[in-house]
Design a protein around this ligand. Structure first.
Ligand SMILES: Cc1ncc(COP(=O)(O)O)c(C=O)c1O
Length: 416
């Protein structure tokens, strides 16, 4: 396992040469979107400068080169998550679109009135609203697995009871929470769900960028994630789906590229995964994502995970020493059960004030409901939370700066 060296890594990221309010940037908001290394920026710029052309269409050199680069990026993604091959890798815009694609195609075609989709109280809105929309369209219902507040994890007893009671057709669950940081045991969730005949969708937005995620080991049917959270550009995301499921599913969008043949009255669909990618693709996005996967793979997902685990332990320790700070998610003894996302509140101070004070210090953190209102407001009972999240370019000194900024906030708000 290689040691992650954030000082060295930072040199690959031009953004860290930028000053914020005259101070060096400390970026603690990678759960929202990650920064981009030169290798990714160069891959995109090189495509535009030297082989910009549409893919799959041109019988000429630069088009063939663009097609190969796009397909190669899918091979890299397939390898990263251990999919069978590129036929299981559908490019979409982001995690949200990947989940919506499942709702609008597979679920739309296979679920009927009264069928149940089982989700959890820990979900991002992107894994709640598509099912609410499906419920409106088709009369399905959705149920929530409760959170065990003592553990800041899913209540697995409740999960099993709901499987038994509702016999859901789909279980759709977040792998790593963007609020609590909790890593859910998706392997055991998939195994139990399959026993009841349910398909399993894993929201990997916060796991795929930070740890080894192996679809064959987990045994999930669908996995959704976003390129922009894993060093890649925005506007490119991935829906992994088992090829037998994709084969049996009708496409959602029709148009160019997704067909083999078109007559006046009907069409023959293209092979996988192209059947699900109508129209001109986000070619530069795919190429940029390929470069991002190269960057991550070179470091090694296990090394990345270890680095972030150490940072999380360090941060939990630092925060525990500051009176008035409440931290959410699994505690320091269970650091293995969480990713590098730490939501916290400071007694008596609104999260937006905290984020503004951090900003004046050159530190970027997130404040608000984190697109998980049922969790933040409903389960945790907080109007909003501050959140810091880590990646490969963060070091302990970033956390020290964050801890000093909290002390500053306490001073400003005259707290002892
Ligand atoms: C757990 C989780 N799921 C889904 C999403 C949605 O990702 P995107 O906005 O890239 O679609 C996010 C974004 O923060 C997330 O954290």
């Amino acid at each position: 396992m290689t040691m992650i060296n954030p000082g060295k890594i930072k040199k690959d990221f031009p953004i860290f040469r930028v000053k914020v309010h005259g101070k060096p940037l400390t970026y603690l908001d990678s759960a929202a979107t990650s920064q981009k290394p030169m290798q990714v920026i160069d891959a995109i710029s090189n495509y535009y400068r030297t082989y910009n052309a549409n893919i799959h269409r041109g019988i000429y050199e630069i088009s063939e080169k663009a097609t190969e680069a796009y397909v190669e990026s899918k091979r890299k993604v397939a390898k990263l998550i251990n999919a069978k091959g590129i036929e299981e890798i559908v490019y979409v815009r982001n995690t949200t679109e990947a989940i919506n694609l499942v709702a609008l195609s597979w679920a739309e075609q296979n679920l009927k009135k009264g069928d149940v989709v089982l989700i959890t109280e820990m979900e991002h809105h992107s894994n709640i609203v598509p099912w609410q929309l499906l419920a409106r369209r088709k009369g399905i219902s959705f149920k929530y697995v409760r959170i065990n507040s003592a553990k800041d994890g899913l209540d697995m007893e409740d999960f099993k009871e709901k499987l038994e009671e509702y016999r859901p057709k789909l279980v759709s669950v977040v792998h790593a929470s963007n609020v609590l940081g909790t890593i859910n045991d998706v392997k055991s969730i998939a195994r139990s769900s399959h026993k009841y005949g349910a398909k399993v969708l894993v929201d990997g937005a916060q796991s795929v960028p930070h740890m080894r995620v192996d679809v064959s080991e987990i045994g999930c049917d669908f996995l959704a994630f976003s390129g922009h959270k894993m060093l890649g550009p925005a506007g490119i995301g991935v829906l992994y789906a088992r090829s037998d499921i994709l084969n049996e599913t009708e496409p959602m969008f029709g148009g160019g590229d997704m067909i083999k043949d078109v007559s006046l009255n009907s069409s023959v669909w293209n092979d996988l995964p192209w059947k699900f990618e109508a129209g001109t693709s986000n070619i530069e996005g795919g190429i940029g994502l390929g470069a991002a996967v190269d960057y991550l793979s070179k470091l090694g997902m296990q090394s990345i995970r270890k680095h972030e685990e150490e940072l999380t332990r360090y941060a939990l320790n630092s925060l525990s020493e500051i009176k008035g700070v409440k931290v959410y998610g699994p505690g320091i003894k269970n650091v293995n059960d969480r990713v590098g996302v730490i939501s916290f509140s400071l007694q008596g101070v609104h999260s937006h004030d905290i984020a503004s004070i951090f900003d004046r210090e050159g530190i970027a953190i997130r404040a608000g409901h984190h697109c998980a209102i049922p969790l933040v407001r409903g389960v945790l009972g907080e109007p909003s939370l501050s959140r810091m999240s880590f990646y490969i370019y963060n070091s302990e000194s970033d956390i020290d700066r964050a801890a000093s900024a909290i002390l500053k906030a306490k001073e400003i708000f005259k707290m002892v």
